[in-house]
Design a binder for this molecule. Structure first.
Ligand SMILES: [Zn+2]
Length: 238
């Protein structure tokens, strides 16, 4: 299955053919639906064919690598295998996920320490850090995040070999999220330029094209989650 959102996260719909139908789900030959993973929620939307339409409640990973299951609402009838459909995502919701997800990378670049968990949402997002010594200030962090947004840094994906990643363990900040790999390659997300990266780490999520598109951010809360663990919560200001 082709995962079209990897090369173009701005696609809002695509043509596809139903390749499999299971208990409450549909698989397609290609899709723009991001499946729940890496702390980012799966896309919702709809499949349309002929005069028919069925809602898609969410998307999850299938059994095979790079397979996405489009999850139907309870009791909804699936289009039969072989049907040509138009797959459309709830774009306003996904775009907020893209803005929030990208802001998590910016946060990661400003806070030292290993990332131990995280969750992206359309309204708010959070990252958990192991912070042996550093203390964090809400206002200071908000200001520095918005400076990175206003600098309007470009964002691009890069693929490197598994071997190259093993030689650069400093790239992996997250202890809880495995980057998408397979066929010997890993997808990296670069914010900024190759010469002066703001953030560079393996990631298979969907991101905006420039940091300016995120808009104004606010650190809403910093919580103690243990002696060495801090949870940083972020909201979009619009
Ligand atoms: Zn990412």
């Amino acid at each position: 299955m082709s995962l079209l959102f990897r090369d173009d996260p701005y696609l809002t719909s695509c043509q596809a053919t139903v390749t499999a139908v299971g208990d409450g789900w549909v698989e397609l030959d290609q899709t723009i639906f991001y499946p729940t993973s890496g702390g980012q929620p799966g896309d919702s939307g709809a499949l349309r064919w002929g005069g028919s339409e069925v809602a898609i409640a969410t998307a999850v990973k299938g059994e095979a690598p790079d397979q996405v299951r489009h999850v139907l609402p309870e009791g909804a009838a699936a289009p039969p295998v072989g049907t040509a459909v138009e797959a459309a995502i709830d774009w306003p919701r996904r775009h907020r996920h893209m803005r929030m997800h990208t802001s998590m990378h910016l946060l990661c670049s400003l806070v030292e320490g290993d990332v131990t968990g995280g969750q992206v949402g359309a309204e708010k997002s959070r990252l958990d850090f192991n912070l042996p010594t550093t203390s964090l200030d809400k206002e200071d962090l908000t200001e520095r995040l918005n400076a990175l947004v206003q600098a309007d840094h470009p964002i691009a994906a890069r693929w490197i070999d598994d071997a190259e990643l093993q030689e650069r363990p400093e790239l992996v900040r997250t202890m809880s999220v495995k980057p998408p790999s397979g066929q010997g390659k890993v997808r990296l997300l670069l914010i900024g330029s190759d010469e002066a990266p703001v953030d560079l780490q393996p990631c298979g999520g969907t991101h905006v094209a420039r940091t300016g598109e995120i808009g104004r951010l606010r650190v809403s809360k910093i919580e103690n989650k243990g002696r060495q663990n801090r949870r940083v919560n972020i909201v979009l200001e619009d």
